[in-house]
Design a protein around this ligand. Structure first.
Ligand code: CA
Length: 720
């Protein structure tokens, strides 16, 4: 009778006695089993990407005693510049893997917060200029002992999960003269690691590419929009898509459709789900003058991961003109709909519609507005095709459009709670005034949108727009809610197709990703530096913790040695770093990337030091600027500089240096910095390819004027 005793022990030991498991031991089978509530094995925790933790030690009964267990400083800043943190901490067998700006990765002990290793891809700072929406990174994938990260400069890298050493790296860019970057997260599907790219605002052609997870050998590439037909279609889907474009489309503009959001993979159906981005340029009359749906812009694609062949597609916005994207995160679930259980994929993208599709066939199930929407007048309940609203078309003058290009919901991940059967997302109610450029030609190395927008406000006048058109716009606005921003935490029922509850998060465009747990909890971070907790069933506010650093990323949760943790990656920046409300608590303090882990009975969060409120220095006398044109400089500043350098003074801080308060030394080096890349390592790329010496002098003259004005305001504040 020795065997029956020994055999169970052996089986137990195979699964539990190994106290130091192989680092990063995640595979499809482990994800599919989903039997380890204490782990957070992927961005969305499991293969369904729910962002739900089954842990209950922290609950609605005790969450108020949450405090900080440990803090890890990311050290990803370069010089004075700190970029946003957008990645979710992944936790596998006691080690947190988390990425940051440029594609840096930290492996951190999940209990002590001590760094195990840190990887810095040493990206050429010149790539910073190509990142429309901040030098950010949205996460890693862990698989069979490797940690995969994509670097801002376009390399897909496999790191040894034990040491952080590079195992292989592959160049994913097809054309390095184009303004491609990568800010998205890779995913492993089948035997391949798949990655897309960013750069739609600059005029690039979107695609995803696949490499063998183990060898790093190239497998396939799928272009999301056609290229110049004279050069031939790279794969059958491109030829199919080309039928929905004008044969005289502006191929030079790349056309967009970039894949920079979170992908998902169903291992049972063996389908990879991919969301594509906006058009480039935005106005279809410049891009594909004869019109057409313009596949596969703003679409969900289901792709066979081993062959790269398309299984189905669903386009959310045919003929896209509003910078809408299908790049928000996906959640996979089995839902009771119409008396049957449907395998669904859910997404709440920028256009304000909550989509439920059959993830096996792509069949449309429902599409329901979760904020005020006017780009469509309705969606066909069978085909899922939206009717576009002519009133939101800005071809013949400015149009008021709901929601905005910031998105009713953007990349900040939503979370699905299978117990409440509710989706929790941070939503933005806001309108924008959008208008197009009369003429458009793609220009290398700069933003190529062909249109502009004012978010949250109807300006009294617009450049080149007649007063009659503004009167018409204001008349249209009377039919809609106030376009001013209002962020909400929404609990959405995808079966009943309505919000169960929603709670205000502030009059801001900026909000964070979401975590929900079996402890009847929902967590999200706030732009002004607080971690917030709510009850999942009723939306009761249960606690807030001021950490003094703006939070964009979604928290995650894990359990080690009987303790449950809530981990969050804090650091403000990203696309809307210029839109932080003046005086916001988070931006009055130093901004640097920090991973914080909370547990019951932890300590009070430490706040970063307050920034000093210096008086703006008087700019030095600069005789070399005699004859420079500040008005012309203002125009150049608005088209080349403002995306990063919109900060002004003590109240309106941005994550990047404030050019309204340059030191004498910066003034002296202005041309060296702007034209010749003196601060390239910090992310300030040389601009000699797009700006002349005269342009630089005009911009400089404008900034001197603004600095003088700002100093005057500080010394004699305007009377209210
Ligand atoms: Ca965009």
């Amino acid at each position: 009778m020795r065997f029956p005793l020994r055999l169970p022990l052996l089986v137990l030991c195979l699964t539990a006695c190994n106290s130091t498991p192989t680092p990063g031991a995640v595979d499809h089978a482990r994800l599919q089993r989903d039997t380890e509530p204490g782990q957070w094995l992927a961005n969305g925790r499991n293969w369904r990407a729910e962002r739900f933790s089954p842990l209950t030690r922290i609950s609605d009964q005790n969450v108020d005693s949450l405090g900080v267990a440990w803090e890890y400083e990311f050290r990803s800043h370069r010089g004075r510049v700190e970029h946003g943190q957008e990645a979710t901490p992944v936790m596998v067998d006691g080690v947190i893997y988390v990425s940051g700006p440029w594609g840096t990765v930290a492996a951190i002990d999940a209990v002590s917060g001590v760094e195990k290793w840190r990887y810095d891809p040493k990206v050429d700072g010149a790539y910073g200029r190509r990142a429309c929406c901040g030098v950010v990174n949205r996460g890693v994938a862990v698989f069979k002992g490797n940690v995969y990260v994509a670097t801002l400069d376009g390399f897909l890298v496999a790191l040894d999960a034990a040491t952080g050493a590079e195992r292989w790296r592959s160049d994913t860019f097809t054309d390095r003269t184009r303004s491609y970057t990568i800010t998205g997260s890779p995913i492993v599907a089948g035997d391949n690691v798949i990655i897309g790219n960013s750069g739609g605002e600059y005029g690039v052609r979107g695609y995803i590419s696949a490499w063998n997870w183990e060898t790093g050998k190239f497998s396939w590439r799928f272009y999301t929009v056609p290229g110049d037909p004279a050069k031939g279609a790279e794969h059958p889907e491109v030829a199919e898509a080309a039928k929905t474009w004008d044969p005289k489309s502006d191929w030079a503009s790349g056309l967009g459709g970039t894949v920079w959001g979170e992908m998902a993979y169903d291992p049972a159906l063996d389908l990879l789900y991919v969301g594509t981005g906006n058009s480039s340029p935005y106005p279809i009359w410049h891009r594909s003058p004869a019109g057409g749906d313009n596949l596969y812009l703003v679409s969900i694609l289901a792709i066979k991961p081993d062959s790269g062949r398309l299984a189905w597609h669903y386009q959310q916005v045919p003929s896209e003109i509003w910078d809408y994207t299908a790049t928000s995160n996906f959640v996979l679930a089995d839902l009771p709909i119409g008396g049957a259980t449907r395998k669904v994929i859910m997404q709440a993208p920028k256009n304000g519609i909550f989509y439920v599709l059959d993830r096996e066939t792509g069949a449309f199930i429902s599409g329901t507005p979760f904020v005020h929407v006017n780009w469509t007048t309705g969606i066909d309940s069978v085909t899922g095709r939206p009717t576009l609203n002519p009133a939101a078309d800005y071809r013949n003058g400015p149009a008021l459009v709901f929601p905005t290009q910031a998105g009713a919901h953007n990349w900040q991940p939503m979370a699905w709670n299978p117990q409440t059967r509710l989706m929790y997302l941070t939503a933005l109610e806001e309108g924008m005034v959008m208008w197009g450029e009369k003429t458009y030609t793609w220009k290398p190395g700069r933003i190529n949108m062909g249109a502009s927008a004012y978010l949250g406000v109807i300006p009294p006048a617009l450049p080149g727009v007649p007063a009659a058109a503004m009167t018409k716009l204001r008349a249209e606005a009377a039919k809609h809610p106030d376009p001013a921003p209002q962020a909400w935490l929404v609990a959405w029922d995808p079966v009943q197709r309505k919000a169960r509850w929603r709670r205000p998060l502030g009059k801001t465009e900026i909000d964070g990703g979401v975590l929900t747990t079996a402890g009847n909890l929902v967590f999200t971070g706030s732009h002004d530096g607080r971690l917030l907790a709510w009850s999942a069933d009723s939306g009761t506010a249960l606690g807030e913790w001021n950490i003094g650093t703006g939070i964009l990323a979604a928290p995650s949760s894990y359990e080690m040695k009987g303790e449950q943790y809530i981990a969050v990656n804090a650091g403000y920046g990203g696309a809307l770093q210029v839109a932080y409300p003046p005086g916001t608590a988070a931006i009055t303090r130093e901004n640097y990337g920090r991973v914080l882990a909370f547990k019951l009975g932890g300590a009070a969060p430490k706040l970063p030091p307050l920034r000093t409120n210096d008086t703006t220095p008087l700019p030095p006398a600069l005789p070399e600027l005699a004859g420079a044109d500040a008005a012309r400089g203002e125009g150049l500043f608005m088209s080349h500089c403002v995306f990063c350098h919109a900060g002004r003074g003590n109240a309106q801080r941005s994550a990047y240096p404030d050019l309204n308060r340059m030191t004498a030394e910066t003034h002296a080096r202005f041309d060296d910095i702007v034209l010749r890349g003196a601060l390239k390592d910090f992310g300030m790329a040389p601009h000699a390819d797009v700006l002349t010496a005269e342009n630089s002098r005009d911009i400089h003259a404008f900034l001197v004027r603004e600095q003088t004005r700002l100093r005057g305001e500080e010394l004699a504040p305007p009377k209210r």
